[in-house]
Each structure stands twice: as structure tokens, then as C-alpha cells.
Design a protein around this ligand. Structure first.
Ligand SMILES: [Zn+2]
Length: 104
């Protein structure tokens, strides 16, 4: 079962550069281990240490890969969610917590 992604999680750009998602605020409504839960609407600048030209600098869209669990109408993200950077699809490396997983 996939674990819920929080602001303590890490993501990778399509070139494998790993960055924390802490620059995206998440939803303060729900927290796990003192970190905000991440939702589909949490997009914006992420400090990928990417050496591609042009470099990956932001998450422009999320594909949650689960539709059951929502915060304010926005799907909660997990470590199986897909992210789109300004250069293409990346992936979640680390959920940021190991307490809460989702099924279905
Ligand atoms: Zn990149």
C-alpha cells in the first residue's frame, strides 16, 4: 500500500536529481509526524539539483493515482503519485513518513 506523501518527502526530476518537497506547503489541515499532507494542488518551485539544460525547477502538475482520499476536493498524494516537472515526468522517492498508507 502506498504511503501518504508529506512535506518531509523527496521527489526526483526526470533526470534523477532528488529534491525535498518542503518548498510546497501542503495542506495544514492534516498532518502526519508534524508535516503537512501533500495534495494535487501543491505545485510550484522545487530546488532540483538538476544539470539538464534547461534545468528542472518546478513541479507543474501532479497525477495522484488515487481518487478516494481528498482534502478540500483535492486528491491526497502518495509515494506512487506521478509528478510533472517543467521538463517532464518525475517520481516520488520518499513519502516522508511511514505511519499512514492508503489502499485502493
Ligand atoms: Zn531534471
Amino acid at each position: 500500500m502506498p504511503f501518504v506523501l508529506t512535506t518531509k518527502g523527496q521527489v526526483a526530476c526526470p533526470h534523477g536529481a532528488v529534491a525535498p518537497v518542503s518548498s510546497l506547503r501542503g495542506s495544514a489541515k492534516y498532518q502526519i509526524d508534524s508535516a503537512n499532507v501533500m495534495c494535487e494542488t501543491n505545485i510550484g518551485s522545487v530546488p532540483f539539483p538538476c544539470s539538464a539544460k534547461p534545468p528542472c525547477t518546478a513541479i507543474t502538475k501532479w497525477i495522484a493515482n488515487q481518487l478516494k482520499f481528498k482534502v478540500d476536493g483535492s486528491c491526497i498524494l502518495t509515494d506512487s503519485s506521478i509528478l510533472m516537472t517543467n521538463n517532464g515526468p518525475g517520481k516520488v522517492i520518499l513519502a516522508g513518513q511511514l505511519k499512514l498508507s492508503l489502499s485502493g
